[in-house]
Design a protein. Sequence first.
Length: 302
Amino acid sequence: MSLILAADIGGTNIRAAIITPQGKITEAVRTQISLDNRNISENDLIIQLVSFFNEIIQKNTDIEAIGIGFPGFFLGNSGFLISSPNLPKLNNVELASRLSSNLNMPVSIQNDALCAAMGEQRYGAGQGKQNLLHLTLGTGIGGGLILNDVPYTGENGMAMEFGHLRIAHDDDARSCGCGGFGCVESYASATAITKRYFENTQIRIDAKEIYEKACHGDLIAKDIIESSGHYLGTALAEAIKLLDVHSITISGGLTGAWELLYPNLIQSLNANLIPPLQGKISVLKSTLNDNAGLLGAAALVS
Ligand SMILES: [Zn+2]
């Protein structure tokens, strides 16, 4: 049987899985990788990835193609990496074709959040939706867009940089990793929640622990998570006014806090939409248990 090797490459680890053309995950692999070195060079990246993939391919001779989600901007469907915000040394890299010639099999690569959107549309909460806006809500906030059944990349692979929509414009607007101020990512990502909780309590714990505290009566924790939902809804309303897409799905670690996030998100979304759109937008939590990105990466080659 022909199988697909799919990989979701993050800052500190790679999740990979062997997937059937029907989207069934048969084997999952996770490995640490030192991409958190911001200064990784093109050649070092290729060497690390080739060695990682080779090890899996040698054990599974039924693998016939590789699909990869990667945190970067790609030119259309070419697998040509224009740049990667967290890996500044990587510019204009023929990533797919270099991997393909080293590994001797077809390799397709696309932006990680766009892969998650594709996975959610094909197998998850967005199944059957011709138009879908997908958010990945984790240490950062990513966005992926499907329009008329086609993943939309933008002209420079930078469409749906949702995390950098501005929701605050005053002098106190929070600074963002992109160099801007007031981006929704600097208020509502897991990293931002940890930071905001620390500013209020001098206690540094991760977003999951903050959610647990919120559920056990910590009012500061509860307020920070609920307001994050509010900020997400505000930014989503701006996106919907541009796109008129009625289905939104959300994946990522922070969806663990859905019960506190969602009511505030949907309230501020509707409050900020133009009246004819109010109440028409459905916002659904991913049904793929964090596998949206992997399944979307497999969809690149199946
Ligand atoms: Zn930003």
